[in-house]
Write a protein of this length. Structure first.
Length: 338
């Protein structure tokens, strides 16, 4: 009696693993310490600091990312700094340009990272700029000197705690308004005016070389008090301000009623519309009564004679004479005439 056949277990070659994404394949090619993700059509690979140079070497030699594009950093405040390198592969025309962003995170109190100039010569300029703007030290850089800022500049401008104090530390040489520069006379306080400070610029009386030495700026007076009592009356809400005086009537009359100087005295009936047009206007002489005698007729003024056109100077301006037909030929002589 034969035994029942049993189903054999599937071998690893027969199993169908799930398809890996491009980000997972790239992270697996870099190393087990790398994590990758794709956003906004850009593949980003995050690696730890201790594997920074090793990851860039694999990207150049294994993944074919031989084109160095740029290197920079981002201030993440309490989380430190994120240093990113953008690499690309441009050698295969059929594949097109393939771009990958490698990123690492370094602590804020120990901002240091190995230099990538041994792998990509173009990283030298970018690491100098990042060192100058963020204060990150790239160990192994051949010439980590200032690149953009003047000599003696203190601080790192792209750090988020850096104060933009250019207008506080040094007066603007092109200032034209009083109070922005040394426009006040000797011994007099500078003109008080409210200034708008851009974001990041502190009050010069609170931070900078003149801190605590400037007089306080007086508060701006109320809008109505600055313009006078009439503006104050107009600025008060309706129903809360003083009433309009009786000798200042409001101009709510129509055109037919005239102005305030032509108002009729109290008790005078208003004229009707038919007599209004013929009524005399105060302050103007009364019109004359129509007379029965018609005014004398005035003879018409004769029109001035029309001047003759000027004689043309050029002969071709003269009218062309009409052509005279030639006389008919004489008949031939005969013997009878002789």
């Amino acid at each position: 009696m034969s035994a029942e056949p049993t189903l054999a277990e599937p071998t690893p070659a027969e199993s169908t693993p799930a398809e890996l994404t491009a980000a997972e394949r790239t992270a697996a090619a870099v190393g087990p310490w790398a994590t990758a993700g794709e956003a906004f059509a850009l593949l980003t690979v995050d690696v730890p600091v201790e594997h920074w140079i090793e990851s860039l070497t694999i990207a150049r030699d294994t993944l074919g990312l031989t084109f160095f594009d740029w290197l920079s950093a981002v201030d993440e405040l309490a989380d430190g700094f994120s240093v990113a390198v953008h690499l690309a592969s441009v050698g295969n025309p059929a594949e097109g340009v393939r771009r990958v962003l490698f990123r690492t995170r370094i602590p804020r109190d120990a901002a240091s990272l190995p230099s990538a100039t041994g792998l990509f010569a173009g990283a030298g300029w970018h690491e100098r700029e990042t060192h100058e703007m963020f204060g990150i030290d790239f160990t192994g850089h051949p010439h980590l000197s200032p690149l953009l800022l003047p000599d003696g500049f203190e601080g790192h401008p792209l750090r988020k705690e850096f104060v933009l104090a250019a207008r506080v530390a040094k007066a603007w040489p092109g200032a034209k308004e009083p109070g922005e520069s040394d426009h006040a006379p000797a011994g007099a306080a500078p003109a008080a005016r409210r200034r708008m400070l851009p974001p990041g610029v502190p009050d010069p009386n609170e931070w900078g070389p003149l801190a605590g030495t400037l007089p306080p700026v007086p508060e701006r007076p109320a809008r109505g008090a600055a313009r006078g009592p009439r503006a104050a009356t107009a600025a008060t809400p309706p129903g809360e301000g003083p009433a309009v005086r009786a000798d200042r009537p409001r101009r709510n009359r129509s055109v037919d009623q005239g102005s305030a100087s032509q108002a009729a005295p109290a008790g005078t009936p208003a004229p009707d519309a038919a007599s209004t047009s013929d009524a005399p206007v105060p302050g103007l002489p009364a019109p004359d009564a129509p007379s029965a005698t018609p005014p004398p007729s005035v003879p018409p003024t004769p029109a001035p004679p029309t001047p003759a056109p000027p004689t043309p100077d050029a002969p071709w301006h003269l009218p062309r004479p009409e052509a005279t037909p030639p006389p008919p030929p004489a008949p031939p002589a005969t013997g009878d005439d002789a």
